[in-house]
Design a protein. Structure first.
Length: 268
């Protein structure tokens, strides 16, 4: 049973992060995608709890009216929850932050750690992102969660990375850097084990980027982008599973046989 998907609502980003695997191999195209059709398919399919991540190969807040309309479209389905991730550089209006709060949308800010580390790969965006983190707190009364990409520099300065996140007191999702600047799965897991002794760290079960758990490719975390479906966000440069209109019942028939202790893409 599929219980979560990620939907990339656009291909636009106001940053050009060095390690972004969506852009690294020229995987961005301008194909349109009917997100409402996808949401209709979710509503028809989901009999239990279902989670949608409005995340992907673009900055969703650049198309805030669209994102807001998608969130409003699923508000009549209490079994469907959603979250989104932002690079933190786009300032929404006060009422927009309240809209996200009222709809119980978890907002994750992509912050890799302290300023020098963050700015190394993320286009010098630290100051703008932290300013909006504080603004988010003023509006909602609490800090957002964080999404941090773990690379070689993170491993070399692990204690400093963890110390940076401590004062916020919220959950951090650490993702393994892959591609040209990637680290090994073992190094990543050792980093998680050390970090979770000090701060709240998200641990995965079966998920796209694993988060210390198992690879969910072809099971429960399909990635919708550019009018197509992929096994996961890491597999954007592999052949797509099918068009974004594919019914979930058809996706259920897919069977990928491999050791799920490892990343599907890296097992090929």
């Amino acid at each position: 049973m599929i219980d979560r998907i990620c939907i990339s609502i656009n291909n636009r980003c106001n940053l050009n992060c060095r390690y972004c695997h969506f852009h690294e191999k020229g995987n961005i195209d301008a194909a349109e995608m009917d997100v409402f059709e996808i949401l209709d398919n979710v509503k028809k399919y989901a009999s239990g709890k279902f989670k949608i991540g409005f995340v992907g190969n673009g900055e969703g807040f650049l198309d805030w009216p669209l994102l807001k309309s998608y969130i409003a479209y699923i508000e009549d389905s209490p079994n469907i929850s959603a979250y989104t991730i932002t690079n933190g550089t786009v300032r929404l209006q006060d009422d927009d932050w309240r809209f996200l709060e009222e709809h119980k949308i978890n907002v994750g800010f992509s912050i890799d750690g302290y300023k020098e580390l963050h700015d190394l790969y993320r286009c010098g965006s630290f100051d703008r992102a932290l300013e909006n983190v504080e603004y988010y707190k003023r509006i909602t009364g609490h800090y957002p969660t964080f999404n941090a990409t773990v690379g070689r520099e993170s491993l070399m300065n692990a204690e400093r990375v963890v110390e940076f996140f401590k004062p916020f007191g919220t959950r951090v999702t650490f993702s393994r850097m892959i591609g040209r600047y990637g680290i090994s799965l073992q190094e990543y897991r050792e980093f998680l084990q050390a970090a979770e002794k000090e701060i709240p760290v998200r641990r995965g079960d079966k998920d796209c980027t694993m988060y210390g758990g198992l690879c969910g490719s072809g099971i429960n975390n399909y990635f919708f982008a550019n009018g197509k479906i992929y096994y996961c966000g890491n597999c954007i440069d592999l052949p797509p599973v099918g068009p974004s209109s594919t019914p979930f019942e058809e996706l259920e028939k897919i069977s990928l046989e491999f050791d799920r202790n490892y990343c599907y893409k890296e097992s090929l």
